[in-house]
Design a protein around this ligand. Structure first.
Ligand code: SF4
Length: 230
């Protein structure tokens, strides 16, 4: 598998915030979000080929039960199902962080951390016309989202740029069946600096108060800044 990095840190986002976890970041992504915070695993994928045995050997060096498969887009990584099965066999708790454009197809997973992308993610039309078209065609996959939420414990984590995104979120929730409990919907501010997060917090907190959604912080930015291996 093409792996960008494997590291031991604290989960910074979502229901398991604060949980010590091993992160396996696959390299490569089928989308090109304009604000992507891991361009080294999407826009310019870097990394090294590692065998399943090598990856498991690195995971076992750390004293964590929780493992996070992230990216890039981990579901696009060749061998991801075999890796998840091996982690399950070792008794690991598996979170998969995915944009939910690729169906799970029975993959071993204890928490599907789904982050379907909104319009605010589209790459610039002038600079990246072809990628923008592909991105816009791919990012919305209602059947795939339904397969995830009907078969796995899940959270829906939206990267929100401003209050104007709420209409699109509600449209998507209706498209996916409309029975999603509000506490499963997490609103996370877009931004990779503390200042950018702070600037968006008040609008998101107000949206959570009004609709019953959960505010999702990015603890890793607070603790470590936007750095690799965290
Ligand atoms: S889906 Fe995730 S990894 Fe891929 S471009 Fe968007 S933010 Fe980056």
């Amino acid at each position: 598998m093409f792996i960008s990095e494997i590291f031991y840190s604290i989960q910074g986002e979502g229901e398991l915030t604060g949980t010590p976890s091993v992160f396996i970041r696959t390299s490569g992504c089928n989308l090109r979000c304009n604000w992507c915070d891991t361009p080294y695993a999407s826009w310019r994928p870097e990394g090294a080929e590692k065998s399943l045995g090598e990856i498991m050997g690195e995971v076992e060096k750390f004293p964590a039960r929780h493992v996070v498969l992230t990216g890039g887009e981990p579901m696009a990584a060749k061998g991801i199902r075999e890796l998840a099965a091996a982690l399950r066999e070792r008794g690991k708790h598996i979170t998969i962080e995915t944009a939910a454009t690729i169906a799970p197809g029975g993959i071993a997973c204890d928490l599907a951390s789904l982050s379907p992308k909104l319009r605010n993610s589209a790459p610039d039309a002038e600079l990246f016309g072809a990628w923008r078209e592909r991105h816009e065609k791919l990012r919305r996959q209602p059947e795939v989202v339904r397969e995830w939420i009907e078969n796995y414990p899940f959270q829906l984590k939206f990267v929100v740029a401003g209050a104007g995104d709420i209409k699109e979120i509600q449209l998507l929730l209706r498209e996916w069946g409309g029975k999603i409990p509000p506490e499963k919907v997490l609103l996370m501010p877009e931004g990779t600096t503390i200042e950018a997060l702070r600037a968006r917090e008040p609008a998101l907190v107000e949206l959570c108060r009004r609709h019953g959604y959960r505010y999702c912080h990015r603890l890793q930015i607070e603790l470590f800044g936007n750095t690799r291996g965290t």
